[in-house]
Design a binder for this molecule. Structure first.
Ligand SMILES: *Cc1c(COP(=O)(O)O)cnc(C)c1O
Length: 328
């Protein structure tokens, strides 16, 4: 991988811990379960966006930017972490958040405010409209003499995704140190960037590790195409000639429930189980549903009991505080 040559700025607390979840494994009757704590990356409560931002912000610095523009939902983890990273690097941040300005600021939105990002609410119909709005803001700011850098929603382009290809070298080193080999890795799949990076890293390192994505919003068919497409672009960006096809990408969409950010009963149960048995907190939007997916796959016999499975904790902790009523 030519990853060492790409612009990168150190923002995340790496390596993140790799821990065994012995109590959960025992409760479920195997497989042997581990958790990669990317919720511990730092940047105002941590999460998977930190690894993407190291490369995105590296590129922004390289291009002489002074203002970062990005987008997300009202409760976007990506927006919150981008604002934190931008502050650390001395950039101004403009966040385009989809939806109406809520009457009270909670969780990630409260943190965006505390981090003093400029927030623009947009009642967007689709991703095209969001992109267009970011471009309009960029032209508006460049007229005022600013040098802007636009980060796509979720930080999921070839630059950001590279961060998760690199994360696999970190995971491999930790697995080697513990004398284990991972048979599978399970993770939440939102826009698909994280899974794409994991897939690229896994193939580039010749690991025989199954990469299992649990969708938190979209249909599996659509995500398989997206992940394969992003993986292709990222591999090319890293100077690797590895093919990827949607058919080889594993994504389950049975654990979405009613839709993005709408909590599911299984997700809440999974969060409570992991909290009680391991003292580890998951979030209701991404990692809770992903854990429900992993538990569901374990219960339906999709793993041998002697397999080693690692769950990638992608963060999202502030969402715990969005609506306390879901926990009672
Ligand atoms: C953004 C996010 C994801 C999804 O990442 P993608 O790369 O968009 O698939 C998963 N978990 C958390 C907590 C996130 O904030």
């Amino acid at each position: 991988m030519q990853i060492g040559k790409l612009p990168r700025v150190r923002l995340a607390a790496l390596p993140t811990p790799l821990e065994e979840m012995g109590n959960l494994s025992k409760k479920l009757g195997g497989p042997r379960l581990f958790i990669k704590r990317d919720d511990n990356t730092g940047l105002a409560f941590g999460g998977n966006k930190a690894r993407k931002l190291e490369f995105l912000m590296g590129d922004a610095l390289n291009q002489g930017a002074d203002t970062i523009i990005t987008a997300g939902g009202i409760q976007s983890n990506h927006a919150r972490m981008t604002a934190a990273a931008a502050n650390k690097l001395g950039f101004k941040t403009v966040l385009v958040l989809s939806g109406e300005r809520p009457s009270s600021y909670k969780a990630n939105l409260l943190l965006d405010h505390l981090l003093q990002a400029e927030i623009r609410f947009l009642n967007a119909k689709d991703s095209e409209q969001i992109k267009q709005r970011m471009e309009e803001i960029a032209s508006e700011l460049s007229l005022k003499g600013h040098n802007t850098y636009i980060i796509p929603t979720g930080g999921s382009n070839r630059i950001g995704v590279s961060g998760y290809a690199l994360a696999m070298t970190e995971l491999l080193a930790q697995a080697n140190e513990k004398g284990i080999k991972f048979d599978s890795i399970a993770l939440a799949c939102g826009g698909g960037g994280t899974q794409a990076g994991v897939v690229v890293g896994t193939k580039a390192l010749n690991l025989s590790m199954r990469v299992i994505g649990i969708s938190v919003s979209r249909e599996a068919m659509l995500l398989k195409e997206r992940v394969a497409g992003l993986a292709r672009e990222t591999a090319e960006h890293l100077g690797l000639s590895i093919p990827f096809s949607p058919a080889e990408i594993e994504v389950y969409d049975k654990y979405v429930g009613e839709g993005y950010a709408i909590p599911t009963t299984e997700g809440i149960e999974a969060i409570k189980l992991v909290a009680r048995l391991e003292g580890i907190l998951l979030d209701p939007v991404y990692t809770g549903k992903a854990m429900a997916g992993l538990i569901g796959l374990i219960r339906t016999g999709r793993f041998r009991s002697d397999e080693n499975v690692v769950f990638l904790h992608t963060g999202g902790i502030p969402a715990i505080f969005t609506d306390e009523s879901i926990w009672f």
